[in-house]
Design a protein. Structure first.
Length: 436
């Protein structure tokens, strides 16, 4: 690391709150496509994609141009005072591409946490009920409500209580570490059966406004549920008049090989939250869903000064158009097949890899010290990330035990970059396994 980057790290320590941590010591000079160049000129293959925010790649030219053009016309107004057309154009496009053939409405805010907060508000307004059900291993944000919905104590919740009331959690469909010590498919889907127990023991369904879940749980370790799980949740919601919210903040916009992950199961959520890749990393998020539910809050009850900023909306429209033009959803499926195939080959060679899972280009390996006990290998996951970084690939860990390595490469990654990055990842696993 150069003196310049060391100096910047020192400046960071003297200027920023200690709670702002960094997975790498890298300061970026520029980024294009699936590569990042630091201040020393070192190039990295990006396997984390802005934590899923740059599915269309770093600085896609049409998006950069749309941002530049819109910035020259209008930077900010506050849509609740004086309006602008890009907000409407993006809402129309989101309604068009989101699951469900029913009448829909949309709104835009700033962050993943904020769109989840608004989805909860809307569900409570519609049902006139207070309760919200979320799932273990879920991540929904860092605000009071979304932190309460989230299910990893450190670093997200520890020391930040008390939490929001009327939130209830159920075990997720984490088949590799089944809460009920069962094995799919002969398990009877205890994770769905548990709803009835909760409704008897913890909260009456008549007081539950919404159930919220990530179709593929992200920070929890890229957990892909069995085919019956999400449709089963939707049936339970329909039975009791509960709003079904799909949190597609990380899974949306092509990440899983469909435009939205819900499409893999034919699920049409009542409300869906979107963010991250909607605008190539520009701060924009939204809620889209059934018109009768979205219209429940009265005028003035939803909004925010910066929500649906005109520059961000322009970036969102350009991002979606670019993804459609370049067929990045289809590319995601291709990337996923290649990545999971390589990961499964690694699993056969290295006992350190206990599980391989994913959907489209959203994949992970879960590391264990012993395949029988499944003791999490957190330290080994950190060592693999360090090895990758030292050898020009940026990866991130995940999982409630921090023992998973996840891949979120931009969908514009070339075959050559992908193979090189996977080669470094395998070298890292081999090195940490003591087999090099």
């Amino acid at each position: 690391m150069s003196k310049t980057q060391q100096e910047l790290l020192a400046r960071k320590s003297s200027l920023l709150a200690r709670g702002i941590s960094n997975a790498t010591p890298v300061f970026i000079k520029e980024a294009r496509g699936a590569t990042i160049i630091d201040l020393d000129g070192k190039e990295y293959i990006d396997f984390y994609g802005g934590i899923g925010a740059v599915n269309a790649g770093h600085c896609p030219p049409p998006v950069v141009e749309a941002v530049r053009e819109q910035a020259g016309k209008l930077l900010h107004s506050c849509f609740m005072v004086a309006m602008y057309e890009p907000y409407l154009d993006l809402a129309e496009k989101l309604i068009q591409i989101s699951p469900g053939g029913f009448d829909k409405r949309a709104l835009f805010v700033n962050s993943g946490a904020e769109c989840v907060e608004n989805a909860v508000k809307i569900a409570r307004s519609y049902t006139r009920r207070p309760g919200i059900v979320s799932f273990e291993c879920g991540f929904h944000g860092r605000t009071l409500m979304t932190m309460t919905l989230t299910s990893k104590v450190k670093p997200y919740k520890f020391g930040f209580g008390p939490f929001a009331p009327e939130v209830y959690k159920l075990p997720s469909a984490y088949c590799y570490r089944c809460y009920y010590r069962s094995t799919y498919p002969g398990c009877g889907m205890h994770c769905l059966e548990q709803f009835e127990r909760m409704f008897a023991a913890e909260v009456a369904p008549e007081t539950v406004a919404a159930v919220i879940i990530e179709p593929v749980q992200g920070e929890g370790g890229f957990i892909v549920p069995p085919p019956e799980f999400l449709p089963g949740i939707q049936k339970i919601c329909e039975k009791y008049g509960i709003v079904f919210i799909a949190d597609e903040v990380q899974t949306g916009f092509g990440r899983t090989g469909k435009m939205f992950a819900c499409e893999h199961w034919g699920v049409e959520p009542d409300l869906m939250t979107v963010a991250k890749a909607i605008a190539s990393g520009m701060p924009l998020s939204g809620v889209v869903g059934r018109a009768e539910i979205m219209n429940a809050p009265d005028p003035g009850h939803l909004g925010g000064t910066y929500g649906g900023n005109p520059v961000c909306c322009a970036a969102g429209l350009a991002t979606i158009a670019y993804m459609e033009q370049e067929k990045l959803v289809e590319r995601s499926a291709q990337i996923g097949e290649r990545v999971r195939g390589r990961m499964r080959q690694m699993q056969e060679k290295y006992p350190l890899i206990g599980d391989v899972r994913g959907l489209g280009a959203m994949n992970a390996i879960e590391l264990v010290k012993d395949r029988d006990t499944k003791e999490p290998a957190k330290e080994q996951a950190a060592a693999i990330s360090r090895y990758c970084l030292e050898n020009g690939v940026i990866t991130l860990s995940a999982g409630i035990f921090s023992n998973c390595i996840r891949t979120l490469m931009p969908l514009v990654i070339t075959d050559e970059q992908l193979e090189k990055g996977l080669g470094v990842l395998e070298e890292a696993v081999a090195s940490v396994s003591g087999e090099r």
